[in-house]
Design a protein. Structure first.
Length: 177
């Protein structure tokens, strides 16, 4: 990491810690880099460009909705564009060159109930069922650093699962676990 990258990362982290979530959501994310996603369960890849809030056209959102579908049932649901905005902001902090590994996006109520029956770590009213949550890793970035970045942005909920090596990010109220 060169000096300029270091300063940029520090600036974004600092901004994230100082601004309330509504203000951070209005920050314009650079369009010079693409958001790259890889779904760990389907093997699918997706690359999109994001031009800030309101910058996702209907075609791109349709692609995102399909990509983040419930991979267990195939059910598709609208994904909150603000969730994509959070990913883009995180991506910018880390230089915009890594790929997000998606563990889980949308979950149908049936899938959520089945997972909840197997694990106490699955919320009854999970925001995954509303298209407002995603479980991720970022290649080349320790999940603890990813968690710290998301916490600093104060844009919603952040869950850290070190044993499973992923971070949950959502557009709900600011909280962490």
């Amino acid at each position: 990491m060169n000096r300029r990258q270091f300063i940029r990362k520090g600036l974004w982290t600092g901004v994230g810690m100082l601004l309330p979530a509504p203000a951070l959501a209005r920050i314009h994310v650079s369009t010079g880099k693409a958001l790259m996603l890889y779904h760990t369960h389907t093997g699918e890849r997706m690359k999109i460009r994001y031009s800030g809030p309101g910058g996702l056209d209907d075609t791109t959102m349709t692609r995102i909705n399909h990509f983040l579908r419930d991979f267990r049932t195939g059910a598709i649901h609208d994904i909150d564009p603000a969730l994509v905005g959070i990913l883009c902001s995180i991506n910018e902090v880390f230089g915009g060159v890594s790929t997000f590994e998606v563990i889980s996006g949308y979950r149908s109520p049936a899938t959520n109930a089945a997972l909840r029956a197997k694990s106490s770590g699955v919320a009854r009213r999970s925001l995954h069922m509303k298209g407002q949550a995603i479980d991720i890793r970022l290649r080349g970035v320790r999940t603890a650093r990813l968690r710290d970045c998301a916490l600093g942005m104060r844009c919603g909920g952040v869950g850290y699962y070190p044993r499973s090596d992923f971070v949950h990010v959502d557009t709900g109220r600011v909280r962490h676990w």
